[in-house]
Ligand binder design. Structure first.
Ligand code: UDP
Ligand code: MG
Length: 312
């Protein structure tokens, strides 16, 4: 197969068939050379049944990987990329927010510009609230400053990758996978293509604010150790401040005989310092937790079954 299309699906029962029929019509020029890999990420609705029917009723090459439970989109992407045989591998969501027709544009870009190994789509117009945009901007600013990787602000996971890029991505053994960082870390030349994001065909986004926040923390911890350095620097600064204050108090009491009115100062200092200490412990804890997860060496996902339209 020349093309593989990887589609992670979690509770997309109303979208998978629509997605597939849209993809078949929009990708008609390459459809005979394309395999579809749907990853059912432990959906609790009828997504798997729909995918099974799809595999049974189609004349095209469709594979479905069924996870034993929900492992998250990152795990779905890894499973799909590992299963893909294509020379070019596309990653696309199942909810039709990303139109499959853009894959043809991405392919054209790669054909015309041999120096590029991947095309990543980015949203030219963002359809999200101002507060979310502010937090996302802060996250991208932080991670780009703190780490060796460079993430493009609005780039999505909607991509077309050449085989060399896919091989590099699946060769990374880490368990805590932050795909946006991994795409950047493996290097290669990426072309950023603007696209217009559509409304979800059906259902709601699986990303709440807290899920996004924890995803952002995972990303920073996975690609930078600077927060640890910052914790140490904060410790040093506080130590120096405490020393200055001590000397100041001693001089004030010994030389000028002034009694120190200490209670409010002590309470504020205790609160401040214990806050800083907890923050630093939290930062340290994040790294220990990630280390713990990595050393357990559990697989990123567990496959319950695989179905393929070609086995009919
Ligand atoms: N997804 C998944 N596992 C999850 C959450 C999401 O496979 O645990 C899939 C989902 O079915 C969709 C894609 O990842 O195809 C993007 O998810 P969603 O549309 O919720 O994210 P958004 O578009 O809001 O960023
Ligand atoms: Mg979506």
């Amino acid at each position: 197969m020349k093309f593989s299309v990887v589609v992670p699906c979690y509770n997309e029962e109303d979208n998978v068939e629509l997605f597939f029929s849209t993809a078949v019509s929009e990708l008609s020029s390459i459809i005979d050379d394309t395999e579809f890999i749907f990853v059912n990420d432990g959906s609790t609705d009828k997504t798997f049944e729909r995918l099974k029917e799809l595999c049974q009723n189609t004349k095209y090459c469709v594979k479905t990987i069924n996870f034993s439970r929900n492992f998250g989109k990152e795990a779905g992407l890894l499973a799909g990329l590992t299963e893909a045989n294509g020379e070019y591998v596309a990653i696309i969501d199942a909810d039709l927010q990303q139109r499959p027709k853009y894959i043809l544009d991405m392919y054209e870009i790669l054909c015309k510009n041999k120096e590029y190994d991947a095309v990543a789509a980015y949203q030219d117009i963002r359809k999200e609230g101002k507060i979310l945009t502010f937090f996302k901007d802060t996250f991208y600013g932080l991670i780009n400053k703190m780490s060796e990787i460079d993430l493009m602000r609005s780039a999505s996971d909607f991509r077309l990758l050449k085989r060399c890029v896919v091989d590099a991505i699946i060769s990374l053994p880490e368990k805590c996978r932050f795909s946006k960082g991994i795409f950047s870390w493996v290097g290669f030349n990426t072309f950023y293509m603007p696209y217009t994001v559509e409304e979800r065909a059906s259902g709601t986004s699986k990303w709440s604010f807290w899920k996004l926040f924890s995803y952002a923390v995972d990303g920073i911890v996975a690609f930078s150790v600077k927060p640890l350095l910052m914790a140490s620097v904060a410790g040093i600064i506080l130590f120096i401040l405490a020393l200055i204050m001590m000397i100041y108090t001693i001089i004030k009491t010994v030389c000028f005989g002034e009694a120190v009115a200490g209670y409010p100062t002590i309470v504020s200092l205790i609160l401040l310092l214990s806050g800083v200490q907890l923050l630093c412990m939290g930062i340290l804890g994040q790294y220990i937790a990630k280390n713990y997860t990595e050393t357990k060496n559990r697989p990123v996902y567990v496959i319950k079954e695989k179905i393929s339209s070609k086995e009919k």
